[in-house]
Design a protein around this ligand. Structure first.
Ligand SMILES: Cc1ncc(COP(=O)(O)O)c(C=O)c1O
Length: 456
C-alpha cells in the first residue's frame, strides 16, 4: 500500500492537481487549504486535529451529524453484500425498499421514484419527464415545451437546470446553451419588486404569475419552484400561503408544478418536505442532498401515477423514458438513505427539532442590533442574514467588497465553517445540532459580522 502522504504533500498536490467548485483557483493556490479529514456530530476535524463547527451541514446535506453509527453501519452492511449493480434491466433490494419508504413520507399522491445522483440531475429528469408527458399523454393540450421559473432561482449547474435558473453571476456566460423560458419575480419581501409590504400586499407578486400562466399556458409544460425557501438566491422565504396559491394556479391553467426540494427536503424547514407545510402535492418533486443524511451522492425525482401512466405503452410505441445514469439506484446510497429515514423515526428528529427552531429564532434576534444587518430570514432550521452597506436605503455591498466572504473567513478563524451567498450569510446546521452547540455557532456568527462590518 502507498505510504500515507504528509499534510505538506496533500497541500502541494491539492494546489497542483485539484480544481475546486465555485472557487477562484488563482486565489486558492495562494492560500493554505483547510483539509478536512474526519467528522463527528456537528464538527469537522482537519488534518491537524483542529475542530470546526459545521455551520452549513457540508453544503446543506448533513442531517444527523457526521459519523452517525446507524448510517455508518448501513453502508458497511451493504458493502458486505455489493457496492453497486445497476437498475438497467435489474433491481436491487435497497432501491426497492427506499422507493417504498419515500412514497410513504412524500406528499400524498406521489407514487413513483426515479433515481439519479445529484440535485441537478433530479431537476433535469423532472423537466424531461414533464416535456415527454405532455407529448404522449395530452398532445391536445398544446405544444407544451417550455417552463416558467422565478428570477434568482437556482436548480443546479447542468444545462437544463441552468436554463430554469436565474443567477446572473453563475449563469450569464452560458446563455447560448440555454433553452428559452418564462420568468417571474420571486417573493423577495425585503426587496419587493413591486415595492409593497407583506401582508398588506396580499401577495400581489402572484398576479404577474397568473398573467403569464393565463397568456402562455399552452406553451408551458411546468412551473418549477423551490418551495418555501429560494435557497441559493439567499434563503428567500415565501409568505405563508404563497406555495398553495402557486399550486392552485398551476392546476387552474393545466401546468405541471415541479417542486425542487433538493435544499428544503428532509426536515430543513421543520417538516419532512416544505410542500407539506401548505398541504401541496406537486406533480414532480426533485430531492437529493439530505436524502442520504449527507453520506452519499443520491437523488430522486418523484411523480404521480398520472404522469407515470403517460409513459406506458407497447415497446414499439417508444413511450419509454430514455434516461438513466450508470449509478442510478446505487445500493450503497439507497441503503444509507433507508438508514437516514430510520434515524428520523428512532430519534424523533422532527419533533426534537421544533424547540431548536424556536431557539434559533431567539438567538437570531440580537443580530438586528448590528448596523449592517439589513434582513434576517428564517424558515425551520435555515437562517440567512443579509448584510447591507446602508441599512436605511438597503443599499447592498458591492460584490467586490466580498463582505460575505470576509465574514465567513473571520468565522472560520473562530472555529465555525460557513459559506456565503454573496453578502448573505447562511446558517444551516445539521438537524441534530444541540442547543448549546447552536448557541456557540450563533455567538461566532454575531462576533464575526460585528468585527468585519465595523472595518471598511
Ligand atoms: C434548490 C436546489 N436545487 C438543485 C441543486 C443542485 O444540487 P446538486 O448540487 O446536488 O447538483 C441545489 C444545490 O444547491 C439546490 O439548492
Amino acid at each position: 500500500m502507498a505510504r500515507k502522504p504528509s499534510v505538506r504533500q496533500l497541500i502541494d498536490w491539492d494546489h497542483r492537481h485539484l480544481w475546486h467548485p465555485f472557487t477562484q483557483m488563482q486565489e486558492w493556490e495562494q492560500e493554505e487549504p483547510l483539509i478536512i479529514e474526519r467528522g463527528k456530530g456537528s464538527y469537522l476535524i482537519d488534518t491537524e486535529g483542529k475542530r470546526y463547527l459545521d455551520g452549513i451541514s457540508s453544503i446543506w446535506v448533513n442531517l444527523h451529524g457526521h459519523g452517525h453509527p446507524t448510517l455508518d453501519r448501513a453502508i458497511k452492511r451493504q458493502l458486505d453484500k455489493i457496492a453497486h449493480s445497476s437498475l438497467f434491466g435489474l433491481s436491487n433490494p435497497p432501491a426497492i425498499q427506499l422507493a417504498r419508504a419515500l412514497i410513504q413520507i412524500a406528499p400524498k399522491g406521489l407514487t413513483r421514484v426515479f433515481y439519479s445522483d445529484n440535485g441537478s440531475t433530479a431537476v433535469e429528469i423532472a423537466l424531461k419527464m414533464a416535456i415527454q408527458y405532455w407529448q404522449q399523454r395530452r398532445p391536445d393540450a398544446g405544444p407544451k415545451q417550455t417552463f416558467l421559473h422565478l428570477r434568482l432561482a437556482y436548480h443546479g449547474d447542468t444545462v437544463g437546470a441552468v436554463s430554469v435558473g436565474n443567477i446572473e453571476l453563475f449563469h450569464s456566460r452560458f446563455k447560448s446553451l440555454l433553452f428559452p423560458t418564462l420568468e417571474a419575480d420571486p417573493p423577495y419581501c425585503y426587496r419587493c419588486p413591486l415595492n409593497l409590504t407583506y401582508p398588506s400586499c396580499q401577495m400581489a407578486c402572484l398576479d404577474p404569475i397568473e398573467q403569464i400562466l393565463k397568456e402562455h399556458h399552452r406553451e408551458l409544460a411546468g412551473f418549477i419552484i423551490e418551495p418555501l425557501v429560494q435557497a441559493a438566491a439567499g434563503m428567500l422565504t415565501s409568505p405563508p400561503g404563497y406555495l398553495k396559491r402557486v399550486r392552485e394556479l398551476c392546476t387552474k391553467y393545466d401546468v405541471l408544478l415541479i417542486a425542487d426540494e433538493v435544499a428544503t427536503g428532509f426536515g430543513r424547514t421543520g417538516k419532512m418536505f416544505a410542500c407539506q407545510h401548505e398541504g401541496v402535492t406537486p406533480d414532480l418533486m426533485a430531492i437529493s442532498k439530505g436524502l442520504t443524511g449527507g453520506y452519499m451522492p443520491l437523488a430522486a425525482t418523484l411523480t404521480t401515477d398520472e404522469i407515470y401512466q403517460g409513459f406506458l405503452g407497447k415497446y414499439e410505441e417508444f413511450k419509454t423514458f430514455f434516461h438513466g445514469h450508470s449509478y442510478t439506484g446505487n445500493p450503497l446510497g439507497c441503503a444509507v438513505a433507508l438508514a437516514n429515514l430510520d434515524v428520523f423515526k428512532k430519534e424523533k428528529t422532527l419533533a426534537r427539532l421544533q424547540p431548536k427552531i424556536k431557539t434559533m429564532a431567539r438567538l437570531l434576534r440580537p443580530l438586528r442590533g448590528l448596523p449592517h444587518v439589513g434582513d434576517i430570514r428564517q424558515r425551520g432550521f435555515i437562517a440567512a442574514v443579509e448584510l447591507v452597506e446602508e441599512r436605511r436605503t438597503q443599499k447592498p455591498y458591492p460584490l467586490e467588497a466580498r463582505m460575505g466572504h470576509r465574514v465567513t473567513q473571520e468565522a472560520r478563524r473562530q472555529g465555525l465553517l460557513l459559506r456565503p451567498l454573496g453578502h448573505i450569510i447562511v446558517l444551516m446546521p445539521p438537524l441534530s445540532t444541540d442547543v448549546s452547540t447552536l448557541a456557540r455557532m450563533m455567538a461566532i456568527l454575531h462576533r464575526s459580522i460585528a468585527t468585519v462590518t465595523a472595518s471598511p
